[in-house]
Ligand binder design. Structure first.
Ligand code: MN
Length: 478
């Protein structure tokens, strides 16, 4: 289980008695947080920072512990912030400054100077906040009584975002083939991606995968087919085409697992040695949290793996999608989002059907794919683009809706959504911001989750939603 380190601040000026009380209060707070964060992370209480040396030791330990995904700090008393400088310089984990108190209410009848000296986050957290600001350390602040629902919600969000950032820093992406010829938005600076997000994006020859594909046994294919039949409805007589996909998935699974790779890309322009473009193979892998980017889109492959990790264990759907076509009926505009094949089954509102149809491009055999209608509800659409000088995340609030009519001839899975605040402003803002046609849609995550990820990774963020106005559009057009 991933851990958050809880590092409280004080100083040795107050005497033994006071420090004992600090430790006891922190214990109580950490026990409470562990109860509330059960199943997400474990909170570990660290020695109270009384000196610079303790701070350095705490921060070093957090930085080298692979299970530690983030750090929570809180100044129970005043804790002179020069004591924190050297420790914070060594801290390499996301940081949450919890601005709270052990007591909710002031004990008006009994309050004296001892009480005030013991409980002075109002004082100590400002001193500490200054040094974080002065040092330019990316962090979050959660302010309020620590048992308040809103404060807890922010701490929970921090825990999930920390797990996603840890996943990001450890993520390896296999690129089978290169970026699709001539396409701009899916490309990017892989070196900068690794520096900022940790993504190790490396090219692998498709021939190496084909070798593994060719070695897959009939028994392995049978087992994968049994999995497909238990999860999906077989709606084709072309079982051979489905078995071909099962073979691809078994091989991809082996390849990714052996090299500890959590995301991959492929491209229909490079399928040498394969009879079909991976369809259900990619879809079923996405259902297991593996990131996927078509047309060599390494950014959306990695980013989708990170956001699936952020959403893990919560209700709703999160996955890759592509903007495809619109219904532009005035005032009722809708978007139909899908892909050639590879729509994650997380979006399925109905039991996915396995179907086999021809593919218009690529010149290969008819690929098997999962077909279904999409889920509904409030969601977000998120993408990442490379602006040359920096990465930019764009996050738009959307409403996923039921498709207004059946689409019996459309041979791919699809979702439909409405843009906010309306089509005109919402899609124009996306275009002005340079938003890609590949994105991650989630009915689990919110703008607040993405904003926290952007702040903690130092990424530019543009949000689009009900609060976006016509005047805002000018801001994106630079
Ligand atoms: Mn695409």
């Amino acid at each position: 289980m991933e851990k958050l380190y809880f590092i409280p601040g004080s100083q040795d000026l107050y005497g033994e008695e006071c420090l004992k009380q600090v430790a006891a209060d922190c214990r109580e707070m950490v026990d409470f947080l562990n109860e509330k964060l059960a199943g997400i992370v474990e909170v570990v209480l660290m020695p109270t920072v009384e000196t610079s040396e303790i701070c350095i030791a705490d921060c070093r330990k957090a930085s080298v512990d692979d299970e530690c995904v983030g750090v929570i700090t809180w100044m129970h008393t005043f804790s002179p912030a020069k004591m924190w400088i050297k420790g914070l310089q060594e801290l390499r984990k996301p940081l949450l400054h919890l601005h709270t108190q052990a007591n909710e209410k002031l004990p008006y009848d009994t309050i004296d100077m001892d009480f005030m000296n013991l409980n002075q986050a109002a004082h100590g957290d400002r001193e500490y906040g200054f040094i974080l600001a002065r040092m330019g350390i990316a962090h979050e602040v959660a302010a309020g009584y620590y048992k308040n629902a809103r404060v807890l919600e922010k701490i929970c969000r921090f825990a999930r975002v920390c797990k996603a950032i840890a996943c990001s820093r450890n993520l390896k992406v296999a690129a089978f083939g290169n970026n699709m010829r001539e396409v701009a938005v899916t490309d990017g600076d892989r070196v900068e991606s690794q520096i900022r997000y940790g993504w190790e994006v490396n090219y692998y020859a498709l021939g190496d995968l084909v070798k593994i594909i060719d070695a897959v046994t009939e028994e392995e294919i049978d087992a994968k087919m049994a999995e497909y039949e238990s999860k999906y409805t077989m709606a084709t007589d072309n079982i051979a085409a489905v078995r071909e996909q099962a073979k691809y998935e078994v091989a991809l699974d082996k390849f990714l697992e052996k090299k500890h790779i959590g995301a991959f890309t492929d491209t229909f322009q490079d399928l040498h040695g394969m009879k079909q473009l991976p369809g259900i193979a990619a879809q079923n892998l996405m259902a297991k949290g593996i990131g996927f980017g078509p047309e060599g889109d390494y950014k959306i492959s990695a980013f989708s793996a990170v956001l699936m990790k952020m959403a893990e264990g919560q209700p709703g759907a999160t996955g890759f999608i592509e903007d495809y076509t619109y219904d532009l009926t005035e005032g009722q505009e809708l978007e139909l989002a899908s892909h050639m094949l590879e729509v994650p089954p997380a979006f399925a509102a109905t039991k996915p059907e396995i179907q086999v149809h021809p593919l218009g491009i690529g010149g290969k055999e008819d690929p098997a794919r999962l077909v279904f209608d999409g889920v509904t509800g409030d969601g977000i659409q998120v993408t990442m683009v490379d602006m040359g000088t920096h990465f930019r995340i764009i996050c738009a609030d959307i409403e996923l809706v039921k498709q207004p009519a059946p689409m019996p001839k459309l041979p791919v899975a699809r979702i439909m959504y409405r843009h906010k605040p309306n089509f005109e402003i919402g899609t124009a803002a996306w275009c002005y911001a340079g938003g890609a046609h590949h994105s991650v849609v989630s009915t689990t995550l919110t703008r607040a989750d993405i904003a926290m990820f952007a702040r903690l990774t130092g990424t530019e963020l543009i949000c689009i939603g009900d609060d976006t106005t016509e005047a805002d559009l000018a801001k994106y057009y630079m």
